[in-house]
Design a protein around this ligand. Structure first.
Ligand SMILES: Nc1ncnc2c1ncn2[C@@H]1O[C@H](COP(=O)(O)OP(=O)(O)OP(=O)(O)O)[C@@H](O)[C@H]1O
Ligand SMILES: [Mg+2]
Length: 833
């Protein structure tokens, strides 16, 4: 009776509770409280069956440790409660410690109770959970008690079922919402690596695994490679190093079959699983597919519940992960496509820009054939912001004669402030390269910078072991140097002044030959020099090399044209002179016979006339003037006859002394001091001694004329062993030759003297040529003249005679060249001599 009343009351209350809006947890709590109160027991609890029907979880309790709610999880069949769930029959136990089914849950608070009733909650024959009640004191529960609790359990069965359905629905709803959130988040970024990281993190968190890894299939080698790992992996390096073939390991099999795999009992001996995966106890791996094409896999390891305990993956997890994987695959594919499109776009834009710049630069380069201007334009292009955009650059050219690299030009700011000023200036004007070059040209020469000055001082031998610049030439390739101090072995002083830290070099190539080197650096903005920068610079350098070569060829051509013009002038001149000479010779011939008679008779007349005779004065004059005429005639004839030399072994110094002897008196009369510098060991040479003596006499005579008021005549002689030549120097202090006549002094009949014939140097030149020698003039206006004559110590006269005409032109030019440029060289020789 008592029990009937309680039953009625409890069921009524439970009905009330069930219809309330409370959540399942609250309802169960209230139900347990009701039961414990009404049935006068010490404790009560409700366990609910987990999804899958394999375990029970404590959901509400009175008299147990409240922290254990949701914490105690017992397998179906485990303990008294588990037994009841399997058998689906209620059970009363008088002393639970005596019961063999008893299982202790330390910390649950259960251990203080002795007697209990455990009843299954059934719904349509399925066990949804278990209700337990306990007493501290040992108690013999009656069948009525058992019956009462069973009725209550039956009463709440439906309610629990409904609540569970509701709970499942909400859970599913929540999952959907989170899935949606995740996919929204995934779509929010197109950064590939960020995305991949997000997929693994979200999958791990969402399903509650210990870790997640994402493999992507590399289209090039068809290998699966780990792109992201999330969670606690002990050996991340090893994992990311391990690339999987299709069919290899779990991921390989999943990718090959495009089907998911779930292993809940991994062990050391699991087959088809990589050794590094065997440390886990469970895994779930699903394919990532886009339009039925597998792009990778997503693997979760070791699922854990809210309490950190390992739990198996289930079908729901698989479905969830599949959903995540397909979402992830889609956004990854999008990101890829986006990235690819963007890269293509950027590459194309870059290329178009490169070509536009190169076009503009080559246009600018074609505006000039002036090498200096061209070099300026080239380096401006390298440093211009809209151009190649380096901070500084230096251009060096190969000097083939000395086999060195020579700094030609440096363009760049001298300091950071300078750089800033220039950049802001250019930036504010927004000039194109063309406009900028035009403005540079218009403003005349650029202000010379310290940098330019230093650049011009660079000289590097083109040899191995002389640093990167030499290597750039030798190996015909550019270098990108990160640490200048280790690599650039140019003059350390220059290096320090130029402050190179990192820099790049490229060869300037024209027709397969390296003609120079460009150095660039970014000292001021510290921008790294990329491979792309280097590629553009190389492209540009090949154009610049061609332009430089063109300009060089052009200036060479100009120079050649100039010397041809000069040569032509000389030829015309010497032809004129030859004709004049011939005419003079024939006139001389005509005059000779009458002159011989006149001379003969004049001398006879003179000897007949007494000194006191007033006519004697006239006869003297006639004799003297005829003598002069005879001398002129002799010289003219000597010149036009061009006598063949009579060679014999001679000592040059002896010849020099003989010639000096002729002038001994007249030199001292004019106050001319003679100094000799004759070296030892001068070999005898094969010459016509008379002709060579005449050469020296002509030179001394000219010197004497020039120094009529005194001076010093220096005569030197030395042997140049390497060249196999004997050199003779005749140097005076007679004030030199005036600039406007110097080019004519070797022409026959050119003279600046009243009494001269102008044949002295013409004859001298002809004789030296006939001996295969050379004659050079070094004129120092206001000081004096030095003639130097080289005579071959070995025989080669035959060849020289045939070359005479040509060498005449050459000698004249050479004389002029020395006069203009060769002063130092010549001075050196003179000092030595
Ligand atoms: N040592 C010299 N110093 C200054 N002028 C010189 C010297 N040698 C030659 N000249 C110039 O060169 C000209 C040509 O010299 P060259 O010996 O051919 O003829 P010349 O001395 O004038 O006449 P010639 O030698 O036939 O008497 C001279 O008239 C003179 O102007
Ligand atoms: Mg003379």
């Amino acid at each position: 009776m008592e029990n009937n009343k309680i039953e009625y009351e409890i069921l009524r209350d439970i009905l009330k509770i069930s219809n309330s809006t409370l959540n399942l947890h609250e309802r169960l709590n209230q139900v347990v409280e009701k039961i414990v109160n009404k049935m006068h027991v010490d404790a009560g609890a409700v366990y609910l069956m987990k999804k899958g029907g394999e375990a029970l979880s404590l959901k509400a309790a009175v008299g147990l440790n409240p922290e254990m709610i949701n914490g105690i999880s017992l397998k179906v069949g485990e303990g008294i409660t588990g037994w009841v769930a399997v058998e689906k029959t209620p059970l009363a136990v008088r002393d639970i410690f005596q019961d063999p089914r008893m299982k202790k849950f330390p910390g649950s608070g259960e251990e203080k109770y002795r007697s209990m009733i455990s009843t299954p909650i059934l719904f349509l024959g399925k066990c949804l959970g278990v209700i337990n009640i306990w007493t501290i004191a040992e108690k013999e529960f009656t069948t009525d008690d058992l019956h009462l609790l069973s009725s209550i359990a039956d009463g709440i069965g439906g309610s629990i079922r409904n609540a569970q359905l509701y709970l499942d629905a909400t859970e599913q709803y929540e999952e959907l919402v989170s899935l949606y959130d995740i996919s929204k988040m995934l779509s929010s970024t197109l950064e590939l690596q960020e995305l991949i990281g997000m997929v693994t993190r979200k999958s791990t968190e969402f399903i509650g695994a210990s870790g997640c890894m994402l493999h992507l299939l590399d289209g090039n080698d068809n290998l699966l490679k780990v792109k992201s790992m999330y969670g606690l992996y002990k050996n991340p390096e090893e994992i990311s190093r391990t690339h999987l073939k299709l069919g290899e390991g779990t991921a390989g099999q999943v990718a090959a079959k495009a089907a998911p795999m779930m292993i809940n009992k991994l062990s050391k001996d699991s087959e088809n699983v990589l050794p590094m995966e065997r440390i886990f106890s469970s895994l779930l791996c699903v394919p990532m597919t886009v339009k039925e094409r597998v792009i990778g896999t997503l693997t979760l390891h070791d699922k854990k519940d809210a309490f950190g305990a390992l739990v198996p993956f289930d079908k729901d997890d698989m479905n969830l992960l599949m959903a995540l994987a397909s979402q992830g695959a889609l956004v990854l594919e999008n990101a890829w496509n986006y990235e690819r499109a963007e890269r293509l776009f950027q590459e194309n834009a870059q290329k178009a820009n490169d070509f536009a710049i190169l076009y503009e630069i080559s246009n600018a380069m074609s505006t000039t054939m002036n090498l200096d201007q061209l070099l300026q334009i080239i380096l401006k292009a390298v440093t211009f912001g809209g151009g190649l955009n380096f901070n500084r650059s230096i251009l060096l050219l190969v000097n083939e004669k000395t086999n060195t690299l020579q700094g030609m030009l440096g363009v760049g700011p001298d300091s950071g402030e300078d750089a800033f000023r220039i950049w802001t200036e250019i930036g504010s004007k927004k000039m194109s390269f063309k406009e900028w070059i035009a403005s540079v040209k218009a403003s005349g020469h650029d202000r010379t910078s310290r940098f330019d000055h230093l650049a011009k001082g660079i000289r590097i031998p083109i040899e191995y072991g002389k640093g990167v610049l030499a290597l750039t030439v030798l190996e015909k390739r550019g270098f990108n140097i990160r640490n200048a101090r280790e690599d650039l072995r140019i003059n350390p002083e220059i290096l320090q002044k130029l402050e190179f830290e990192s820099f790049a070099t490229v060869p300037l190539i024209s027709q397969d030959r390296v003609i120079g080197v460009i150095i660039v650096d970014n000292l001021y903005n510290k921008r790294e020099i990329t491979e792309n920068d280097l590629r553009r610079l190389e492209l540009f350098a090949s154009q610049a090399g061609l332009a430089i070569e063109n300009a060089k060829v052009y200036s060479d051509l100009e120079m050649a044209a100039r010397s041809i013009r000069e040569l032509q002038d000389r030829l015309i001149q010497s032809e004129k002179m030859a004709a004049l000479g011939e005419m003079a010779a024939s006139i001389a011939h005509e005059i000779r016979n009458p002159l011989v008679s006149i001379g003969g008779f004049a001398r006879r007349l003179d000897s007949k006339l007494d000194a006191s005779n007033p006519e004697k004065r006239y006869s003297r004059i006639i004799v003297k003037e005829v003598g002069r005429l005879e001398k002129v005639l002799q010289e003219v004839l000597a010149f036009s006859r061009s006598a063949e030399p009579m060679f014999s072994e001679c000592n040059v110094i002896t010849i020099l002394e003989e010639a000096l002897e002729v002038f001994e008196e007249s030199f001292s009369e004019s106050g001319i001091e003679v100094s000799r510098d004759f070296h030892d060991g001068i070999p005898t040479i094969h010459v016509d001694s008379n002709q060579i003596k005449q050469v020296f006499i002509n030179l001394f005579s000219n010197a004497q004329h020039a120094m009529s008021k005194g001076g010093r005549l220096s005569v030197g002689c030395e042997y140049k062993e390497v060249e196999g030549e004997v050199m003779v120097y005749v140097s005076d202090t007679g004030g030199g030759i005036s600039e406007d006549v110097i080019t004519n002094i070797f022409n026959p009949f050119f003279t600046t003297k009243h009494t001269g014939t102008g044949l002295g140097l013409a004859i001298t030149h002809r004789v030296v040529d006939a001996h295969g020698g050379d004659i050079l003039v070094k004129n120092e206006p206001g000081v004096g003249v030095t003639f130097s004559i080289s005579l071959p110590a070995r025989q080669k006269q035959g060849a020289a005679i045939q070359e005479m005409d040509l060498s005449e032109a050459r000698t004249s030019l050479k004389g002029k060249e020395i006069h203009h440029k060769g002063q130092e060289d010549f001075l050196d020789d003179k000092v030595k001599g």
